[in-house]
Design a protein around this ligand. Sequence first.
Ligand code: 7RM
Length: 635
Amino acid sequence: MSYYKINNLEQYFKHYNKSIREPRKFWGKIAEENFVWYQAWDKVVDFNMGEADVKWFVNAKVNITKNCIDRHLAKRGEKTAIIFEPNDPNEETLHISYNDLYSRVAKMANVLREQGIKKGDRVCIYLPMIPELAVAILACARIGAIHSVIFAGFSASAVTSRINDCECKMVITSDGGFRGNKTVDLKGIIDEALEKCPTVEKVLVVKRTHTAVSMKEGRDYWLQPLLYDAIPNNVAEIMDAEDPLFILYTSGSTGKPKGMLHTTAGYMVQTAYTFKNIFNHEDNDVFWCTADIGWITGHSYILYGPLLNGATTVLFEGIPSYPDFGRFWEVIDKHQVTQFYTAPTAIRSLAKESDEWVDKYDLTSLKVIGSVGEPINEEAWHWYNDHVGKKKCPIVDTWWQTETGSIMISPVPFVTPTKPTYATLPLPGIQPVLMDELRNEIEGNQVVGSLCIKFPWPSMARTIWGDHQRYKDTYFSAFPGKYFTGDGALRDEVGYYRITGRVDDVVIVSGHNLGTAPIEDAINEHPAVAESAIVGFPHDIKGNALYGFIILKEIGEYRDRDNLTKEINEHVSSHIGPIAKLDKIQFVSGLPKTRSGKIMRRILRKIAEGDFSNFGDTSTLLNPEIVDEIKDNKI
Ligand code: 7RM
């Protein structure tokens, strides 16, 4: 009996039950049958949740790139591994075969070694979505260097703090990056960042935009000439299962980002397994995840998950609105994409545009469409289902985190019946529980609580780089013995999970605990409202009161703002209760968002409190300019 593929609902339950009763046998069998190892493990898992100490596949030896590339060469050498779709639709698409990927990675790995990078060294990768980004990541993994990819939209100060936190020895960047009709001066940002990074010895620079950049003698080297001279073969480093694979920074509730550390074997096993099942991957598929590789979604589902399965994965350099709002759909049509994986924020922004953009392309190649990053609201779900999936493609609403490494709760398409706005059921191996305020597990269905995971899973982060105490405090102390996700969830009558949002987004108004998410949902139902964010601010009598930041749709009849404020509050009052009425409503043209579409409530909270000092690094936002607008118009 193999557990790698779930074919029907009965099998899902069978695998799930096995994974709970005998997790070691379950994961051991998957690991044994689907990967190549230099040496097997002594123990499948060893853990102490209280100490936040987890090890998978203890003492096994492996190299993830042998599994991503080498083992496919005999059967699939000429198969396309990566389709590179450039920002400019008139620039030629590049099809990189597995053979080609092998030699590119081998050359890059040899260059890294020649430039003094050894196993365990940290390499910062600050590149646009170009093939060299994928190749650089895999080359690090090849030689055992720890990659730390920084999203190439982050500012110099964000780059400086991330490089210094993990003491990178090298930076790989490019002269610039294309983004729609703009170019971004990546090398200039790196030069500024490196003024305060004493550990960086070398900078390798990819030529992409051909803009003039300054090259520092003895530090900066053009990458292409080095690659040209490199040998296209490389012996992979033998890695321990628990050797670090990468660090990826994620924002915390305080300003300092957390360097989540992922290790080798567990991450490999579970990203491969989840990719296979959640996207129902078959051999001739073309998989497209629109995230940036700078986020965990890109790490796990543009690169590692697909390549581990010998899939064809699309690497898209551009943005959804360039040259027009049809770009995503044009790319699906052009490459006959079979699985499309994107974020609700992208869906909503494209749903706002004319349906003609999506209707004019042939999307019949699609089999499965996915969503990730935040709760998908009912309206967006239906638009996605009707216009993109044409009611024929199951929507996989995938819940997971940078910390979890791979998808945790999601429908398995063609197996789990979907339900709008529900991430549905845990994948085999995942044991979610809902907890109440008294730290008791809530049993049964039709309940809400804080979402925890009560047993370790292979791809979980092992620590925060350099700060294990913070890792323990953040994830393993609120509910002893369990991993606390920070999210709230409800479990419906059949056991399906719906993630309702961060539980830290709770405000206590006159002694009542009010989750901001349901209030936002109610407000968003008002026909004039496009989007809203609610935060608390101190109030003399109530303790806290609610402050709403609201984006309006372009609807003429709702021009009277005072009236609208009243109407919105009446709406809240009738949907949730008078206690949830907002004390202040500010109409805004946008909300501060992270690049993956998450509202930065930390900033809104500060504005609502009237504290305009130290917003943290706002340059990491999608729309940093909005902060001043909101601040200037504060009520
Ligand atoms: C993959 C990713 C993690 C946080 C997580 C949630 C939210 C992600 C969903 C979701 C509802 C989903 N990693 N989140 N997916 N909420 N439904 N399907 O996004 O580290 O950047 O964010 O994102 O709050 O805790 S992340």
